[in-house]
Design a protein around this ligand. Structure first.
Ligand SMILES: NC(=O)C1=CN([C@@H]2O[C@H](COP(=O)(O)OP(=O)(O)OC[C@H]3O[C@@H](n4cnc5c(N)ncnc54)[C@H](OP(=O)(O)O)[C@@H]3O)[C@@H](O)[C@H]2O)C=CC1
Ligand SMILES: O=C(CO)[C@H](O)[C@H](O)COP(=O)(O)O
Ligand SMILES: [Zn+2]
Length: 339
């Protein structure tokens, strides 16, 4: 069959490419239905990644957060129309120690390898997760929930067990999801969010306390912290975390910076801090995310607060409209994929 792939060729320029594809082996054909835009997609779309990286990674279809419907399964395990979440990480080996998302030879969709902006996506059997009891819009950004889930599971394994107060820096999508999962999983812990914007902080109605970073009371202390800021601002956030964290706490880092940021190693040494890097997620994190959301229906209603708008996509101009709109909103833009 001829597949259409919508690739970014240079900043803000998307073209359609036609590719002959046949289903090989046990793969499954999925028709994407809802696609959600991530900050990483915007860094490619706007050209923020810089010429060297763009030259290396483009042309490439964007989007690594998406759901779709099964069109064809040669083994008949899935029925036509089954709703599935697509997993962007694509490992080519298994490792007993290292998670699939940290293996250096794993491919990640929309990061040097085509993402989900296609008419049909050819998925390996273990790269889809079926869902039934999830709202389609929320399911569309399960990938982001799975990243938060992954970071929280690693944090729970690697940090000391004194969890009285956990701070989350970042009042955007990821900060919201991390705070929500933390509060649900550890209801006895005090969850405090630290952000830049009063309007965004007002959305975090489920946390114990919320502070603007310019006016944090001097007596605040956290046992552990999550950084979900990214960019140059993550330097300021990490600096502040190191000021407010208690000795031997863990700092889970998630924000992506285009350029290296400075970190005060002297305070890390003095306080005996553990820095824990977290990137992407794997199949088990997706399964945990789906299980968590299906079990905690209230969390689905909370997550619906961070959906800014659904935009109907019938052609490339609509894709541009969606990406441009997304630049103007702090929360999630979902593309209804009718192209
Ligand atoms: N590790 C991983 O696998 C993943 C990482 N990410 C990354 O995580 C980061 C956050 O993503 P996302 O939530 O979608 O992005 P957002 O831009 O929605 O969130 C970042 C938020 O942090 C706020 N902020 C800025 N400076 C500070 C500060 N010093 N302290 C506290 N908050 C601050 C921003 O405010 P304002 O907008 O006003 O500046 C914004 O609200 C990005 O870098 C993204 O690429 C995302 C997905 C997965
Ligand atoms: O969004 C993400 C995962 O959900 C990460 O930010 C993304 O994987 C980083 O990739 P890249 O190196 O292409 O920016
Ligand atoms: Zn992402």
């Amino acid at each position: 069959m001829i597949n259409k792939i919508y690739r970014l060729v240079s900043p803000k320029q998307i073209v359609v490419c036609f590719e002959e594809r046949s289903l090989d082996g046990e793969g499954i054909i999925v028709r994407p239905t809802r696609l959600s835009i991530c900050a990483a997609d915007q860094r490619y779309y706007t050209g923020a990644r810089g010429k060297k990286i763009l030259d290396k990674k483009l042309p490439m279809a964007l989007i690594h957060e998406a759901v779709g419907e099964v069109v064809f399964d040669p083994k008949g395990e899935y029925n036509k129309g089954d709703t599935v979440i697509m997993i962007p990480n694509t490992p080519i080996e298994k490792n007993k120690i290292i998670s699939e998302n940290y293996l250096e030879n794993s491919k990640f969709r929309a990061s040097g390898y085509d993402g989900f902006m296609q008419d049909y996506v050819f998925m390996a059997r273990d790269r889809i997760v079926k869902y039934i009891n999830l709202d389609h819009n929320i399911a569309a950004f399960t990938e982001l929930v799975s990243v938060a889930m992954h970071a929280i599971s690693r944090f729970a394994k690697k940090s000391h067990l004194h969890f009285d107060t956990i701070g989350v820096w970042g009042d955007g999508n990821l900060g919201f999801i991390i705070s929500l999962i933390l509060k649900t999983k550890y209801p006895k812990s005090k969850i405090i969010v630290f952000g830049k914007n009063e309007e965004k902080l007002n959305f975090f109605s489920f946390v114990d306390e919320a502070y603007q970073i310019e006016s944090i009371p001097s007596n605040i202390k956290v046992d552990h912290a999550f950084e979900a800021v990214g960019g140059k601002s993550s330097q300021y956030a990490i600096d502040q975390i190191l000021e407010y964290i208690r000795p031997e706490g863990t700092v889970a880092l998630l924000g992506v910076a285009e350029n290296p940021v400075e970190i005060n190693t002297r305070i890390i040494l003095e306080k005996g801090i553990t820095l824990l890097g977290n990137s992407r997620s794997g199949r088990t994190d997706f399964e945990e995310a789906v299980h968590f959301l299906e079990k905690n229906v209230e969390c689905q209603s909370q997550l619906s607060k961070i959906i800014s708008k659904n935009i109907n996509i019938n052609n490339i101009d609509d894709i541009i409209i969606a990406f441009e709109y997304d630049l103007t909103t702090p929360f999630k833009t979902i593309m209804d994929w009718n192209i």
